[in-house]
Write a protein that binds this ligand. Sequence first.
Ligand code: ARG
Length: 463
Amino acid sequence: MAKNTSTEKPWAGRFTEPTQAFVEAFTASVGFDHRLYRHDIAGSLAHARMLAHIGVLNSAECEKIVGGLQAIEHAIDQGKFEWSIALEDVHMNIEARLIERIGEVGKKLHTGRSRNDQVATDMRLYLRDEIDAVLAEMRRLQGALLDVAEREAETIMPGYTHLQVAQPVTFGHHLLAWFEMLARDAARLRECRVRVNVMPLGSAALAGTSYPIDRNYTAQLLGFDAPCENSLDAVSDRDFIIEFVSAAALLMTHLSRCSEELVLWSSTQFGFVDLGDAFCTGSSIMPQKKNPDVPELVRGKAGRVNGHLVALLTLMKAQPLAYNKDNQEDKEPLFDTVDTVKGSLHVYADMIPALRVNRAAMLHAARSGFSTATDLADYLVRKGVAFRDAHEVVGKAVRHCIDCGRTLEQLTLEELRAHSPVIGQDVFAVLTVEGSVAARDHVGGTAPAQVRAALKRARARLG
Ligand code: ARG
């Protein structure tokens, strides 16, 4: 009977020399893949039950295996499990411990299975749970954005293009733009989840197995929608991970853009928002400083997720079918992506409700930069002037204002009429920032009434 010490490899039969010590450490993944233990055990429990269902295990054997695996899970939960590098990965550590605990019958668990379909299954089970956790944090953040947007539906701020003042917008409208970016990210994650939720188990090493397995039974136990169609594909491709990390990279890109705005807005020059002391840190040398570390860090973390995406694409691109050890390298980028995305969403969902808005500073800035110049041009068009001519007339009026240091609103009716005789007293209503935003009163526009309507739709979509 083969001895099963913690250092003997399952493949010892074929080998005459032990693994070199550094090779053992170099090839081991248990240092990071122990994170998969719950999903690994869930997969093993379902596999054992399926083996009993088809009569490969008798019910006493199955119960012993199930009891042993549950006890191991409990021990790991309690931090009472010693992981061994000699046992390479999470799968072999748990299997060796099972045999240690329940004896010979433990050796039957791996019947009709390989670590290749096992690890692919674990990764899908893990990612499915993490997508749900990410979506829950996203929802919390989106809800926070809607609450602040509702409060700030009438708050006027400058809208920018090229970071130059363009036209006035409402702050609520701006926050709803962030909401839309996240809504698409969430949709991408939900679509990705559909492709994650298929089961490799039963593919064994690459070609399937000679046992009369019932893959639909196992899939049902594990909550998978179906078994993977092709065994070679199922054990080898990690496109579902790449797809997730790609959606995560876009999500982080969006959070990074929001961060850039928060950093700008909380600067002394803008002064639009105060992030709150709880989300800032000070300087060790400059006593006056209050730095927007949280948005800065999220902006920086977008870089590492982009890096993980490139790493995973490169990992996959030259692999022949079927499983290759290269795929062990899928774990750290995925785990770090999950941690980064969850952490960034978490801190954002806490930070947004605490945002203090300086409405006066926003309004003051909105009134600068001739932000209602387009409204004046539109006014002239309504009075019968062609848009191109109107554009030129207003351009000259702006030039005039720059020369005399005034705003369009501050010009007298006479001065305005000197630029175009069609201008009447009613022009002053269109030159105010309030009039400007109120005029953009259509679906997708910035008028407070439209922001409220969009909010209602957004709340319904969020469910
Ligand atoms: N630790 C391995 C991985 O993450 C598990 C699968 C190993 N399979 C093998 N044939 N060596 O990919």
